[in-house]
Design a protein around this ligand. Structure first.
Ligand SMILES: Nc1ncnc2c1ncn2[C@@H]1O[C@H](COP(=O)(O)OP(=O)(O)OP(=O)(O)O)[C@@H](O)[C@H]1O
Length: 275
């Protein structure tokens, strides 16, 4: 099934892209361990990160290095031992209205007893929006991810790729400044994965939303990002930062055949092999 997404624009069809130069999120000296005493398991150590407004940042690292732990710290779901995370200048010490998270496991993040429209509209209650406004926002964002007219369906009536589109629509409807995505395409087949990658790229470019994506897939990290941050070691820290320089036009075949793509991939693999 091919799903066309509709561009999200305001009524006048005008987009106000945010400045790319200004940091929307900063991480300073982030240190995080699980357990205590003899069972202490240090995961992240003195990790620093700068994310500019409108930037697409991918974080790659080997399995078990601490990518999800980092994302959970950034989203305010867990508290680090030390270090400071800020979003829009606020220090993060819990969930923040400028942050929305898209998880890998859409089957657990969507509520099966609610229709897709209700799933997208539900978090907007917390923003004090009235029912009609919530419904309109949900419909607009479902259309943006190619699911116009599908709001009456329940998540379990949809394919995995469609359910992940609903999860993306829900995050977009929340109008967070930063989308934090944890392996969002890992549970779908290869073709659906490419479609979802391109959907997210288009939406990001249309809306100017800032995206931080965690993935173990080096090609995906490079294809999508303006900047790839490589984390490695135990405890993990940033070992490399690569500005991809591919610009806004990306194509699954063309971009991946670009010699700069192969060069960056080799650099990341070399980095990860050393650790
Ligand atoms: N809630 C938890 N309590 C204790 N240890 C945990 C917890 N969550 C993760 N860990 C441990 O922390 C380490 C890092 O896990 P994390 O899931 O952050 O890594 P990851 O890089 O996202 O892994 P993957 O690529 O396999 O998803 C692992 O050793 C894991 O077992």
């Amino acid at each position: 099934m091919t799903i066309q997404h509709q561009p999200l624009k305001d009524d006048a069809g005008v987009r106000n892209l945010p400045e790319r130069s200004q940091d929307v999120m900063t991480v300073r000296g982030l240190t995080m361990s699980y357990g205590t005493g003899a069972a202490l398991n240090p995961i992240l150590a003195d990790l620093n990160l700068d994310i500019a407004s409108g930037e697409f940042v991918s974080i790659v690292g080997p399995s078990g290095v601490g990518k999800t732990t980092l994302l959970r710290c950034l989203s305010g779901l867990i508290r680090p031992q030390s270090g400071t995370i800020t979003v829009s200048g606020d220090v993060i010490d819990g969930p923040h209205p400028d942050l929305a998270v898209v998880f890998q496991d859409y089957s657990r993040s969507l509520m099966p007893w609610m229709t897709t429209l209700e799933n997208v509209a539900f978090p907007l209650q917390g923003k004090g929006m009235g029912r009609a406004e919530r419904t309109a926002a949900a419909e607009k964002n479902l259309a943006a991810v190619g699911l116009a007219g599908q709001g009456h369906k329940f998540p379990w009536e949809m394919s995995g790729g469609m359910q992940q589109r609903v999860a993306i629509a829900r995050a977009l409807a929340y109008e967070a400044k930063v989308l934090l995505m944890d392996e969002p395409f890992a549970s779908v087949d290869a073709q659906t994965r490419f479609d979802l990658e391109d959907l997210v790229l288009n939406l990001q470019q249309e809306l100017g939303v800032t995206i931080l994506l965690v993935t173990h897939d080096i090609d995906e990290a490079l294809y999508l990002a303006d900047k790839v941050v490589v984390i490695a070691n135990k405890p993990a820290t940033v070992v490399d930062v690569i500005e991809t320089g591919f610009g806004d036009h990306r194509d699954q075949l063309e971009t991946k055949a670009d010699p700069r793509f192969a060069e960056a991939r080799a650099r990341i693999m070399h980095r990860l092999r050393k650790d």
